[in-house]
Design a protein around this ligand. Structure first.
Ligand SMILES: CC(C)(COP(=O)(O)OP(=O)(O)OC[C@H]1O[C@@H](n2cnc3c(N)ncnc32)[C@H](O)[C@@H]1OP(=O)(O)O)[C@@H](O)C(=O)NCCC(=O)NCCS
Length: 157
């Protein structure tokens, strides 16, 4: 497994990972209606994807040259995207992607990081010293989805 920065050309591959991560990976925690609203099964990524996966610090994990997971973090330390393919879960790949983001946040001199985490991601972030600041319900495509606002103070660790 290798890490490399994402480019706009990775848009379709990241979108496929995103669909698998939500529809298979997050199945135990979100209903099919919620997963469809979170990740509509379109053949092609929305036109925003090239920008979404390349703004700020965006990093992908590859095996045999294929994207198996990716994280994207704004220059303010907000992690917007955190997805690994279901076959990659529980292997430490997301952990390596996360470590790259935290290292970058520290390099930028940020005092804290934030995200809005799914049930799965909440556990993942808590193991890395993050805490929940709010439990919330967001509306995606007219469907209510529960997630957690989380943060980590970097100065304290
Ligand atoms: C959230 C998500 C990215 C986290 O991925 P993950 O599979 O839990 O994370 P990892 O692949 O790093 O696996 C971590 C676990 O694998 C295990 N593991 C197995 N082999 C390992 C290795 N060689 N190195 C490190 N950990 C290893 C460890 O038990 C580790 O547990 P830890 O968290 O205590 O370190 C992933 O579950 C996902 O894509 N979910 C679906 C979509 C989603 O909810 N995304 C978040 C949107 S906010």
């Amino acid at each position: 497994m290798k890490l490399r920065p994402l480019t706009r050309k990775d848009s379709a591959a990241c979108h496929r990972v995103f669909l698998h991560a939500v529809h298979e990976g997050a199945k135990a925690h979100y209903s099919s209606e919620q997963r469809a609203a979170w990740a509509p099964k379109t053949a092609r990524p929305h036109e925003d994807w090239p920008e979404m996966i390349t703004h700020g610090f965006a990093i992908g994990a590859t095996r045999w040259g294929r994207i198996r997971g990716f994280f994207a973090m704004g220059t303010d330390g907000f992690i917007d995207l955190a997805y690994v393919h279901p076959s990659e879960m529980g292997k430490g790949t997301a952990g390596k992607l996360y470590d790259a983001c935290e290292n970058e946040a520290r390099r930028l001199g940020l005092s804290h990081m934030e995200t809005e985490a799914s049930h799965l991601a909440r556990r993942f972030f808590e193991k890395r010293g993050w805490s929940v600041t709010a439990q919330q319900t967001v509306i995606r495509n007219a469907v209510a989805i529960e997630n957690f606002r989380m943060e980590k103070q970097l100065s304290s660790s």
